[in-house]
Design a protein around this ligand. Structure first.
Ligand SMILES: [Zn+2]
Length: 445
């Protein structure tokens, strides 16, 4: 029975992967609409022939990986259950103490899946290096990989132990109690993120270029942002991509600029990026992010609490799970979480793109410099080899920022309007995607 299900899941996955292959590599691609050909938004006008080719290849491969890796995770977790591995892990983890047993089970599952996914992570790293985005040495990448393993394992351990303890206490109400505990936990994590977690990976310090810092602080002053909240991070040993972001809450809130951005853009362009980040800061996008994050967790937990018992009552024998409270139901829990995150990502991306547009508008109002805005976006697109106009499916699932074509075009249109009505001003923005694409905690770029 389980064997049949394993084969069916495998075939379904292969069919999906082939279908996606044709969609991404031979399907509709955005291209540049006729009306924008030859304008500042058209990559032909600012990218070299080589950059155009590379960005096309690189985006296609990354888009394809994006669409096949998440379902691959579901497949792996399903096979772990179908093939009885989950039960084996549970046996190995056996202990008189439930906490120890659950913790040991999680460790085995985590280690196993990390080993399975390692080649994919390695491939992504090599790909990024091959295309000249990542500049990170293998040893440094491996070090980050190990830190990731322990940080993620530690956080997951805490969450899983509490979760299964709550399920044991009440199979009906656990999801609500879990959600209540999520609130202080999420706030605490957001608070310590910039000062405890992020420094594990990179070095943070006040801006080195004091002249530029003075300009940024005067801009920050116009936006009413306290000066001690602007930081530089050493990223040039790891990547050529450019980025800046707002993170943390309360006294730990800060705007962080990658040194790559500082090294490769003009002061005007950097000020434009900073103004964009200030837009996020002033409009409190981090807090809106936390609020929507908490709401989605509430809905997600409620759905999972309904779905798990239903799935187990119908397919428990195939999945080899007797009841929700057994730790070996954890892979099912992970599949459901991952699935809900995946299907809800078009909505969260839509909200994010809206906030990005707002931050762009804010930046235009603050700096009033359309020229710097356009060249910033062009440079970001070049540095990240990003696709300026992706196909629809790619945009709704992957784009947390409006595609560059849209952003540049908005600025160009804004500049035109401003020429007619000099008293009005508008917007621009920053950003490139990095290898770290999965962001579980709200962080606004
Ligand atoms: Zn942004």
């Amino acid at each position: 029975m389980s064997k049949k299900w394993s084969i069916a899941a495998l075939i379904l996955y292969v069919v999906y992967a082939i279908g996606m292959y044709f969609y991404i590599f031979h399907g509709p691609s955005g291209g540049v609409p006729a009306t924008l050909k030859g304008t500042v938004a058209d990559p032909q006008t600012f990218m070299t022939e080589r950059e155009l080719l590379l960005s096309d290849d690189f985006s296609k491969i990354r888009n394809y990986l994006f669409f096949i890796i998440t379902p691959f995770e579901w497949l792996v977790y399903l096979l772990i259950m179908f093939m009885g591995l989950s039960r084996v892990f549970e046996k190995w983890a056996d202990s008189r103490w439930k906490l120890i047993k659950n913790g040991a089970y999680l460790f085995l599952l985590y280690l196993f899946t990390t080993i399975i996914f390692y080649p994919i992570d390695l491939y992504r790293y090599n790909l990024s290096k091959e295309y000249g985005i990542s500049t990170q040495e293998f040893s440094s990448w491996m070090k980050d990989f190990v830190i990731d393993f322990w940080v993620n394992f530690g956080t997951t351990l805490l969450v899983v132990l509490v979760l299964y303890w709550l399920i044991q206490k009440s199979t009906k109400k656990w999801w609500f109690h879990a959600w209540l505990l999520t609130i202080p936990f999420a706030i605490f994590m957001m608070y310590i993120q910039p000062v405890v977690i992020d420094p594990l990976y990179n070095e943070f310090y006040p801006l080195k270029d004091k002249e530029l810092e003075a300009k940024i602080l005067s801009l920050a002053d116009q936006a009413d942002i306290p000066s001690e909240h602007v930081f530089e991070v050493n990223m040039s040993e790891k990547t050529n991509a450019l980025n800046a972001y707002v993170t943390g809450i309360g006294e730990n809130s800060r705007i962080v600029l990658w040194d790559t951005t500082l090294n490769s853009l003009t002061d005007e362009e950097i000020l434009f990026i900073m103004a964009h980040e200030m837009g996020h800061y002033v409009e409190k996008h981090i807090y809106i992010g936390i609020a929507s994050y908490l709401i989605s967790i509430l809905v997600g937990l409620w759905l999972i609490a309904k779905l798990m018992p239903w799935i187990i009552s119908r397919f428990g024998s195939v999945l080899k799970i007797d009841k929700v409270g057994d730790i070996r139901s954890l892979p099912l829990f992970f599949v459901l979480v991952s699935f809900l995150l995946f299907v809800s990502s078009p909505l969260s991306n839509y909200i994010s793109r809206y906030q990005e547009t707002r931050a762009d508008e804010y930046a235009m109002e603050l700096t009033g410099s359309a020229e710097a805005a356009v060249s910033t976006f062009q440079n970001l697109a070049k540095a990240g080899l990003s696709e300026v106009n992706p196909s629809w499916l790619v945009k709704i699932f992957r784009y947390t920022h409006p595609p560059m074509l849209e952003r540049i075009n908005t600025i160009a249109r804004y500049a035109d309007t401003r020429e007619e009505k000099p008293e009005q001003e508008k917007d621009t923005d920053d950003e490139t995607e990095t290898e770290k694409e999965k962001q579980t905690k709200p962080k606004t770029e």
